[in-house]
Ligand binder design. Structure first.
Ligand SMILES: C[S@@+](CC[C@H](N)C(=O)[O-])C[C@H]1O[C@@H](n2cnc3c(N)ncnc32)[C@H](O)[C@@H]1O
Length: 281
């Protein structure tokens, strides 16, 4: 089960109004949404891109939840189609969920031997990226989206050893391409490559760039936008967007809010989470 990250802080920054409507752009199992619904008599529009996850939460038939299976990059259209208004707060808790790692069987985890899909809903899969992209393009995504310092070596090895079908095959290739000290790091040596492939397959950074201006436009005055991210590339996009709109918003978090030790201990996934929030003026 996915444990909601920074739940108390999210609720605090959303500053839930008794009759307000809210948007959860990353619904998943509704961890945050259920807490929002407890505090408002209004509705929550919950968007989830992954069909399997969406079906599960839809079948829970949660009262006052309007579930939508779509990409949050289409936020304005989704809101229009659902006649959703009086939007007092919007939440973004980006990236993958525990479901993707533990249950999806789509190759998100380097601890399981699975087909290399890594897609939430996109047609593009990690397998297609690995087996079809040029060496230069592979190196670029590993560098840019994975911040992988051995991007060049890994890309060269991928080209040599492809076709590559499974996570374990890919992990062996990364191992072959990188020095042995890299295999002893606390962070698994495949982490950055996996992150890069996931971001590319799902166009995650583009989607985030697209949703932020729409969210700000849709919020009513005094409404808040809370964004939780899990790596520096996402956090940078959020931070810069907030900084570039200081005439329209009040920054509620000068520095990002991080989970405390207790939360990290009970939910290791929270370790890299950062929360930033703004209020629309
Ligand atoms: C970190 S989880 C959210 C967890 C949720 N806040 C909770 O506590 O239950 C992120 C969710 O967003 C979904 N997602 C990722 N990209 C999306 C997108 N572009 N549009 C809509 N949902 C997306 C993922 O499938 C995943 O279920």
């Amino acid at each position: 089960m996915h444990i909601p990250v920074l739940l108390k802080e999210t609720i605090e920054y959303l500053d839930i109004k008794e009759n307000g409507n809210y948007i959860d752009c990353t619904l998943n199992g509704g961890g945050h949404t259920k807490e929002i619904l407890k505090r408002t008599k209004g509705k929550v529009l919950g968007i989830e891109i992954d069909k399997e996850i969406f079906e599960k939460i839809k079948n829970e038939n949660i009262e006052r939840l309007v579930p939508v299976n779509d990409n949050y990059a289409n936020l304005k259209n989704i809101v229009k189609e659902n006649n959703f208004n009086n939007i007092c707060g919007i939440l973004l808790d980006v990236g993958m969920s525990s479901y993707h790692i533990d249950q999806s069987k789509r190759g998100f985890s380097f601890q399981k031997n699975e087909p290399l899909l890594m897609n939430y809903s996109s047609k593009l899969t990690a397998e297609e990226i690995i087996n079809n992209y040029s060496e230069k393009d592979l190196e670029k995504i590993l560098k840019e989206y994975g911040e992988e310092k051995f991007a060049r070596k890994i890309s060269i090895q991928i080209i040599k050893d492809r076709p590559i079908k499974t996570t374990f095959q890919l992990i062996e290739i990364i191992k072959k391409a990188t020095p042995s000290f890299y295999h002893k790091n606390r962070t698994h040596f495949a982490t950055r490559t996996f992150q890069a492939l996931r971001i590319e397959a799902n166009k995650e950074l583009e989607n985030l760039e697209k949703v932020l201006p729409q969210a700000l436009e849709l919020l009513k005055k005094g409404g808040t936008l809370v964004a939780i991210s899990f790596h520096s590339l996402e956090d940078r996009i959020i931070k810069n967007f907030f900084k570039n709109h200081l005439k329209e918003v009040k920054l509620l978090t000068k520095k990002p809010i991080l989970p405390d030790e207790k939360e990290i201990q009970s939910n290791p996934r929270a370790r890299s989470a950062k929360l930033r929030a703004i209020k629309k003026l």
